[in-house]
Design a protein around this ligand. Structure first.
Ligand code: ATP
Length: 358
């Protein structure tokens, strides 16, 4: 298994589109995910790692080897595409065997390896089926088997679950993770689905407009979003703007207008936040960080919307000029109605100061 390094990588398509100054250090054996909205540059970056595109600038390394301009077939990578790109007229066996035949392995070796990998992805006994005779989930597993059979140093997966229905997507997600842990293979995964990214990854890079916004574990990205983009893209967040009124040591008092003030801690902040009195700051408050009740750092408002999902109760509360989402775990107690007053307390560590977007 190999590590992957991207060193100041750019890919420009004219009109300033593409990806800019990507720096990544993906560890050997890591499950690493590119997450971001459509058009942010996930596939372009993955294609450069695969060798389908060469960077306009910058270098790519597998371990110590510079692979920047190496052809895809010389990189020993396995790749699964969103549409699987299987050969429809061939059988499952022939599809999986393809990479080994290109590599001129003996028939006996091919048979053994294909059988083993068919077992691994639970396609035992499906060898003679045509691709057109398989369900979407089974086709997905053929694509995975075809990528794995060559024993790649790096597995690249480009939105491999997006053609599956919700239930199958969840099952396959668990299956891919199981395989990755079992094989210990360096895996780079592309998705725009934050739940998928959070559930599967050791680390995530969040991208927007061709640039890296943040790199971190799912917990780091969720609990300490670097900037407004990350806070709003991952999970739900209340992003509020305020002016710094007072600073006492690490405690920062922020005025949100209309008499609403909150206390945060300087240590709870993204990169490059300016803590200066009079400066405007963006705050992120996760809906589940708030608790019902008053005390210090409490805000009051009127419930405007109530959403009950069984596990959670969510209120949209008007607080001064802001609308804030508040979420409580359902403990079977009474639910407030639209128009009622609510007071919530925000713990100091529930307030996160956001940095600037890159
Ligand atoms: P999606 O989730 O929709 O696949 P993505 O995050 O993978 O999106 P990319 O496909 O990498 O995004 O595209 C990044 C940017 O580069 C977009 O603005 C896209 O239009 C542009 N782009 C990608 N490939 C090309 C190309 N071959 N020629 C011109 N522009 C391109």
């Amino acid at each position: 298994m190999k590590s992957v390094k991207l060193d100041h990588v750019y890919k420009m398509f004219g009109n300033a589109k593409g990806v800019k100054d990507i720096n990544l250090d993906i560890q050997s054996g890591e499950f690493f995910t590119f997450l971001g909205p459509s058009g942010c540059g996930k596939t372009t970056t993955l294609r450069m790692i695969a060798g389908f595109y060469f960077p306009t600038r910058g270098k790519i390394y597998f371990d110590q080897q510079d692979v920047t301009t190496l052809q895809p077939n010389n990189r020993n990578i396995g790749m699964v595409f969103q549409n699987y790109a299987l050969f429809p007229h061939m059988t499952v066996f022939e599809n999986i065997a393809f990479g080994l035949q290109v590599r001129k392995r003996s028939n006996a070796a091919i048979k053994e390896k294909v059988n083993n990998v068919q077992k691994l992805v639970h396609l035992d006994g499906y060898g003679s089926r045509k691709i057109t005779e398989l369900s979407g989930g089974q086709q997905q597993r053929v694509a995975l088997a075809r990528a794995l059979v060559i024993e790649p140093d790096i597995l690249l997966l480009d939105e491999p679950l997006s053609n599956l229905d919700a239930k199958l997507r969840e099952e396959t997600r668990v299956e891919i993770k199981r395989l990755q842990v079992e094989l210990g293979i360096t895996t780079i995964y592309v998705t725009h689905d934050q739940h998928e990214a959070m559930a599967m990854s050791d680390r995530i890079v969040v991208m927007n407009k061709g640039k890296v916004q943040q790199i971190g574990t799912p917990q780091e990205i969720y609990n300490a979003p670097a900037n407004t983009f990350v806070a709003s893209f991952i999970g739900e967040s209340n992003i509020l703007q305020g002016v710094i009124k007072e600073i006492n040591g690490n405690v920062v008092i922020v005025d949100l207008g209309e008499g609403v003030q909150l206390r945060g801690n300087k240590n709870n902040c993204g990169p490059n936040v300016q803590f200066t009195i009079g400066e405007t700051v963006n705050l992120s408050i996760r809906p589940e960080m708030m608790v019902e009740g008053d005390g210090s750092n409490a805000i009051s408002g009127e419930v405007q919307l109530v959403e009950f999902s069984g596990i959670m109760i969510k209120y949209l509360v008007k607080v001064g000029k802001n609308k804030i989402n508040v979420m409580f775990v359902n403990k079977g107690i009474n639910i407030l109605e639209r128009g009622e007053k609510i007071t919530v307390h925000i713990p100091e560590n529930g307030i996160y100061f956001l940095g600037k977007e890159w």
